[in-house]
Design a protein around this ligand. Structure first.
Ligand code: SOE
Length: 393
């Protein structure tokens, strides 16, 4: 019988649901050396957490994360709560000898991410594994892009063009949520979705971002308090009191990479009509790749070494058994969706735990992303970096 890996998951909202599904499915599709067991779901309200636990397949539920993390029969702690809670839970879990999967971004600021990374390094020396949930790394099309870049098919990388476009805040009547409160989320579009672009760009190119020049914008600085707390969206009463939005709605920045590539990044939740357009294009001296999560089963590839008269971007359908991850899913090109990324992520995490290897992205890699987020905020706050033009006269 396969040995069990007993999981405590903290968080019952969007990510809690996505991760629950992944923990339940991974061993049914991947030949995992350890079988995840959905032991305990942790939430903030007793009745609602029990309800969610029943729906999502957790054996037990509790509102006491400290007790769950301290249990001798728990092997893994999965953190799916707002960023301000990551550090305390991760440090407690690592100290208790639990493997930790932590949602992105790793923390709300660099010092907190540094403390988490130090703890993860110490724990690694005791065989305890930790990983940050930059789930888009588990998209088969991006795994293929990584393979092409790693084997030199794009040559030296010149440009990285990354946009992460959503529109769920474009309507000014969409109510406040923790994602719009800097003390809970750290930052807005920048940390929530820009962090994915930064991680994807650094991972794909194998280069680190070494300098940024940024602008942040908040378009709607007050929103009504939620009556019905939708996590992304929701509904407010007509006479609901207003609360201040303390994060960015959109971020734009240029970036220099360690081996000389030039990056242009944009993250917004105000791009009307773009629901989850997580896009990246990379141009190298020998070719390019382009990806858009709204067409997640496809990768565009341009090979500059082909005869000029037949050159052009071609669309690779990344749904075949020869592609990483898809070999474990549906036959002959049926394709994957958003939920599969989380299942692929759990499969990689469990495999690393069983093999005694460092899963990626490590907390160290997530700390690199955190530093870029902080540099973007700092650059945007320092107005001397933008040169005034066309003001009056
Ligand atoms: C909300 O913008 C969000 O759920 C992010 O928090 C996730 O990381 C991303 O995958 C989808 O959008």
């Amino acid at each position: 019988m396969t040995e069990k890996l007993r999981v405590a998951l903290i968080g019952t909202a969007f990510m809690g649901r996505a991760h629950s599904h992944a923990w339940r499915s991974a061993h049914r599709f991947f030949p995992l050396p350890l079988e995840p067991e959905l032991a305990v779901l942790v939430g903030s309200d007793t009745g609602r957490t029990r309800e969610r636990a029943d729906v999502l397949g957790w054996a037990e539920s509790t509102t006491d994360w400290r007790a769950a993390v301290a249990r001798d029969d728990i092997d893994v702690v999965d953190i799916c709560v707002p960023g301000y809670l990551h550090e305390e839970i991760a440090l407690a879990a690592l100290a208790a000898g639990k493997h930790v999967l932590c949602e992105k971004p790793l923390a709300n600021d660099v010092p907190s991410a540094e403390r988490m990374t130090d703890a993860a390094r110490d724990a690694a020396a005791r065989g305890i594994r930790s990983m940050c949930g930059f789930s888009y790394r588990r998209t088969p099309a991006l795994a293929l892009a990584k393979q092409l870049i790693d084997r030199g098919d794009l040559g030296a990388i010149r440009h990285v063009r990354a946009q992460y476009l959503q529109d769920w805040l474009a309507d000014a009547t969409v109510p406040m949520s923790w994602r719009l409160d800097a003390s809970l989320a750290g930052s807005g579009a920048l940390g929530d979705i820009g962090a994915h672009s930064i991680d994807t760009a650094q991972w794909l190119t194998g280069e680190r971002i070494t300098a940024v020049s940024a602008t942040l914008r908040t378009f709607v600085d007050r929103r009504p308090q939620a009556a019905v707390g939708g996590e992304l969206g929701g509904v407010a009463d007509a006479d609901a009191p207003m609360a201040p939005v303390t994060v960015d709605d959109a971020a734009a920045f240029t970036a220099g990479f360690s081996a000389g590539a030039l990056g242009v990044f944009e993250a917004t939740r105000f791009a009307t009509g773009r629901r989850n357009a997580n896009r990246i294009e990379i141009n190298g001296e020998l070719g390019s790749i382009a990806f858009d999560f709204e067409r997640l089963n496809e990768l565009e590839y341009f090979d500059a070494r082909e005869p000029r008269e037949t050159q052009g971007f071609h669309r690779v359908q990344v749904t075949d058994a020869v592609h990483h991850y898809t070999e474990h899913w549906w036959p002959v090109g049926h394709g994957l969706g958003y939920d599969h990324l989380f299942t692929n992520q759990v499969a990689d995490f469990v495999t690393a735990i069983a093999d005694g290897t460092q899963p990626t992205p490590s907390f160290d890699e997530a700390l690199d992303v955190q530093r870029v987020l902080a540099a973007v905020s700092e650059s945007a706050a320092n107005s001397s970096t933008s040169t005034p033009v066309n003001r009056g006269t």
